[in-house]
Design a protein around this ligand. Sequence first.
Ligand code: ACO
Length: 448
Amino acid sequence: HKNVGILAMEIYFPPTCIQQETMEAHDGASKGKYTIGLGQDCMGFCTEVEDVISMSLTAVSSLLEKYAIDPKKVGRLEVGSETVIDKSKSIKTFLMQIFEKCGNTDIEGVDSTNACYGGTAALFNCVNWVESASWDGRYGLVVCTDSAVYAEGPARPTGGAAAIAMLIGPDAPIVFESKIRASHMAHVYDFYKPILDSEYPVVDGKLSQTCYLVALDSCYKILCNKYEKLEGNQFSIADAAYFVFHSPYNKLVQKSFARLVFNDFTRNASSIDESAKEKLAPFSSLSHDESYQSRDLEKASQQVAKPLYDEKVQPTTLIPKQVGNMYTASLYAAFASLLHNKHNTLAGQRVVLFSYGSGSTATMFSLKLNEGQHPFSLSNIASVMNVQEKLESRNELTPEKFVEIMKLMEHRYGAKDFVTSKDCSLLAPGTYYLTEVDSKYRRFYAKK
Ligand code: ACO
């Protein structure tokens, strides 16, 4: 089947957020640490009436409605998430409520979990299904949903929350270049969730940054090699219009792109001009391991990369800077930012994406875009997602209120026998919310 890829997208993030500048002051961090140091503007979070299930219910029902998709026409539904609410019952089964109502229970797929990578695994499963002999002609649907929350401390400002739904099928405006794909998977303890009665991860922040960059380098090298074998010429950053990264916080995205530039330099690629070569030359003798520790290299490569970053990466950063790390949804929120900012000029362009999940699992892959046909067109996807209005209509809460909500959520995590406030006053019409968890841990949701 030809041109299999993403036909439609919808994004949902909570209407509640906190300004990074305010949080910085409240936490007693030095001024600029979260905003300039981490590169973040604002952080979205769920209050006690929202969770990964309600957000995904909202994203899926909104996608079906806004693109007028008959729920009977969905044949596979895959969820990526690392927010564990139940160790057995998948989030996918909660979403079946939408489809059962319409008489469709014939839907394959369950949840995929490995840190921020689950969404990419779910996406590949759906694309592979449509490309396979088992495809029955119906749509695939991928949902990435996460609430990223950290214990008090340096990682707390790198939280976030969102759900993204993506419809998969042939003749898509966003097509997978399935041959241009490279993975790096390894056994590392950079970020993990061994404490099963807490929502918070155990995280070695510094190690996680290095693991991310090691995976990035490895994927890029393999991707370049595969491309060269396939196309007969060298791949460099000049061969893609945009680079989209999993975005735990923006500074890491800046460092990542600089790393690709450094890779191109060491490969003697044509994307690197004479002045850049001069600036990076002092670092050509660094060993691979040393190159991750050198602050001077980090600075020099970020400086060299800056004009290209502004052109090829900056348009992808809006939602991750405004909402924070959305774990599995983070990469696709960055891609949604690109569609939002550049949908008019993306036809014919190649976009390279890098997905990273701690532990670790990572894949770099390529998409080729075309305008598509209504309702599955780039411009319609941008208008359905309505990113600007969603961002602008959010409510900023105080750090005190945020801390209070985090405390309540710690208490509620894994708990039973409670009703929520059912206060949906801040939620947009059509948003699902949690009303009750009964004495048998069964969860109940309502739609505003
Ligand atoms: N003004 C400007 N910049 C500042 C200031 C200031 N006042 N203070 C600090 N900075 C800079 C630092 O120099 C640093 O930038 P640099 O790396 O370019 O030098 C940046 O702000 C962060 O400061 P650190 O001291 O490195 O921050 P800290 O170690 O306290 O926490 C960390 C950062 C490790 C990322 C933490 O937030 C964390 O653990 N987050 C979760 C882990 C994570 O997201 N990992 C990414 C990959 S894995 C995943 O996706 C979950």
